[in-house]
Design a protein around this ligand. Sequence first.
Ligand code: FAD
Ligand code: UDP
Length: 468
Amino acid sequence: MLNSSVSLRRRGITNNNNIHNPFQGPSSRLSTISRCSLILLFITACFNASTKDFSFNNWRESSSSSAASSHSNNKKGLPQSVLQQQHDICVVGAGLSGAVIAERYATQLNQKVLIVEKRGHIGGNCYDFLDPQANVRISKYGAHLFHTKHERVWEYVQQFSEWTPYEHKVIGLVNNTHVPIPVNIDTVNTLFGLQLTNSQQMDQWLAKEQVKYDHEPSNAEEVALSRVGPRLYDLIFKPYTKKQWDRDPKELGPEVTARIPVRNDFDGRYFSDPYQALPKRGYTAIFERMFHHPNIQVYTNVDYFDVRSQLDCGRTYYTGPIDTYFADLGWEKLQYRSLTFERQFYKNKDFFQPAFVVNHPYESADFTRIVEYKHLPDQPKSPHTVIFVERSSDVGEPYYPIPNQRNKDLFRKYQDMANKEPKVTFVGRLANYKYFNMDDAILNALELFDQDTQQQQKQRQEKAKTTS
Ligand code: FAD
Ligand code: UDP
């Protein structure tokens, strides 16, 4: 924290031009004691808010502890009545992938579904709730913007929420100036003092900057250099990627920087998908709606591996990390990158920064971006604001699979084992060890549901044929 504060000051960043130093606000003046009380207050308030929010019939918190438990830690996580039941479908994880599977089996095939979730809440990484102090809806695991090009996914999600059109725009603080990210004409004009006015000029400018390769760009550095050239790479991509992944971009797969488009016009949108929107009442409300079905039971604070041996499941859908499932093999673990979110509350402050997300790519800041949820539509009225300073870390929740050769090879070995696992389908972001956006996760779950149920139907037909 001190380092960032010092480094920001060194770069001469002031509150001029609406550029805010996150460490010069009121919270940086708090004593350690009042900081601690604030954190405690926040944790208590979050807990209250989350338990209050979700008091619907079929979501019960189990009596077992939410502390991460190893396979051998045999806590009794589910009531006897549930352990005695035969479940058509068991789902491990109450995130998006698990929710889609549960909803499909319950509503389309009238099957009984049991979901166990090891965290204390539903929604997986999409979980959001009202920050009780700021009265602003925030996402516990980082900003979540829904965007898709898949008609099927877009139609599917309409059932569970009203959606407010929202096109996400990110601002980057680069050379002490706010510029649009992804790179567009405005970015280049601002950073290099140019006056490009159309796509043709921008294409010509980019062509002069871009590094040409005689092969397909094969890592995150080559992708960025081939798209924007060394000057923008050094300003926007290299330091951010290094901070985000704690690796040289050369060591990362090309898909990392390929996520961000480069625009030859003035389009300031982060995503290009035709459908971009946010759920009017937040994401958690969607999960409540999906789980509100007499065929679905959800138990939070239950680690699957604590109850697996006692469960009677027709088929299991596992949405946790694939290497955890096969932990007994004693193989090496897959690597993940995690994030920490430093919360800062600003009493009686309208806004802290000019946009929902401001990226800080420069090397001297020890954080990557700052998120201020108050900018989003459908927020309740509040005189205060709250921000989250995002830092990457090697420890913590498994968020980002690290796309390098070692992990790709290791994942393939786990996947071979998964393919042989009887009556278990591996679904979702962690089980596929792949960076799925929400729409990818939904599509993956819908397609696996189709695939499995068609296969089951075929098997039933074949069985009927042989017995008749
Ligand atoms: P998860 O949400 O991770 O759910 C898996 C669940 O399984 C978890 O709740 C976990 O606790 C549970 N579980 C694991 N092991 C066990 C076990 N042993 N027993 C019981 N339960 C278990 N996508 C977008 O489209 N737009 C965005 O802007 C966006 N932003 C993101 C920002 C961040 C920081 C992150 C991390 C992700 C973001 N995503 C975004 C991706 C989005 O979060 C995922 O696509 C989605 O959450 C995937 O759902 P899932 O169910 O596959 O995985
Ligand atoms: N990236 C970057 N500078 C930026 C934004 C993104 O270098 O200002 C790179 C970085 O490597 C990052 C990747 O692009 O990991 C994908 O960015 P995105 O915003 O999609 O990351 P996420 O929201 O998934 O954390």
